[in-house]
Design a protein around this ligand. Sequence first.
Ligand code: BGP
Length: 481
Amino acid sequence: MTFPKNFLWGGATAANQIEGAWNVDGRGPSVADHFTSGSMNEERFFTYEILEDKNYPSHEASDFYNHYKEDILKLSEMGLKAYRMSISWTRILPKGIGEINQKGIEFYHDVFKLLKKYNIEPIVTISHYDIPMALAKEYGGWDHRVFIDAYIEYCNIIFKEYKDYVKYWVTFNEINVLPNGFGDMTAAGLLPKKDSPVFVMSEEKSQLNRRFQALHNQFVASAKAVKIGKEISDTFSFGCMLSGNLQYPYTANPKDQILAQEAFSFTNYFCGDVQCRGEYNPATKKFFEEKNIKINIEENDLSILKSGTVDFYGFSYYMSTCISSENFVKDAPGNMSIGISNPYLESSEWGWQIDPEGLRYYLNQIYGRYQLPIMILENGLGAIDTIEDNKINDDYRISYLKQHISQIKEAIKGGVEVIAYTSWGVIDLVSLSSGQMSKRYGFIYVDKHDDGTGTLERKKKKSFDWYKQVIRSNGENLENI
Ligand code: BGP
């Protein structure tokens, strides 16, 4: 048997992409509620006001808030062992700090009770692209240290409330989208002066300082959360979560090798080293010096980082690109990344290059460096699904997942300790990059469309039964399923 007996086969979602009910039962707005929908060619926008003629997909999303009983029942029917979900910070603390919303507390109690009833282990992301709008508006975003205090207040509440239900906590989703520039608004709530595209990628000096200050503050918050969490319950286990970023050298030119090596280090080890080893690595310190980035590190921060390292390494993995020392056009988009296309790979309908071996490569690299248990917390294919004869035959999704799971198997055979695999968007939800519903990842279809119409009815896809069998066989005999 390759996969360990207690392997956590699961599915993943995030509150702002699935729950909806954005202003119901006392919930406060998050920054994500101010993102309009877009498409492959049309950017998403952040708007300060909610504009009548725009569609804000998080407002209803897949309406998990009102469908959670039915949804969790379906997850149990699939045989899921784990469900990676996030808590919406502003459902608990509508303004991000201060007054508590009892209805929000109860909602997650109900969700966790149901998961427990079906023996589904929750893996809970504390902050998944879900920044309290009130706090961001007042203080400008995570570059202000008030966010550390607010986050710790929020952690204290949820740790105490849910300690009998939750063992696995993930402090921040894809924290490394800050160094790579994609996460200013989504991950750090660094609000612009006026309405602007969500993914701006500014390289201005002042923005760089804000970005890396926000990142530092999140590192400190993460380490503090680990510390206080372990005081509240010794059963808690904490993970980091990075966007698994992989760029191959385009040619055998040694210059390309160096570039790829440096890119891997910057996009993965930068954050991984702080959260797994408790310190900024030498390359990162040099980077700060060279770019003349000035951040405020308070007296105890470095010892806090050292004392709050994580127990497992979590990451998302969807695709890979290439990097070159020559002047190629970056024509391959991806998960919070962009690179040069690889002639050996095919792409999804959204242009993300499909690379199962890349997942194995990434696992080998990360385990080689940290030797911590690994959770693959997101992986999947965003595709357009069509209903024919009342059926959704998503063989393309089955093929994508099968190839990726096979590569995990190979990595495990090679000695890598993988303990969980939670496929992304297990129930169809709003796409982060495009805001579309039509970029579907799920085993469970949700009748909801890009223009916001739809009955919200749920329907099993072909992949539902396929994944059920994969779980039942604990990943064995994949070729025949
Ligand atoms: C990751 C995010 C998720 C999710 C996923 C797929 O970056 O953690 O929130 O959305 O990517 O990306 P997309 O929705 O853009 O297809």
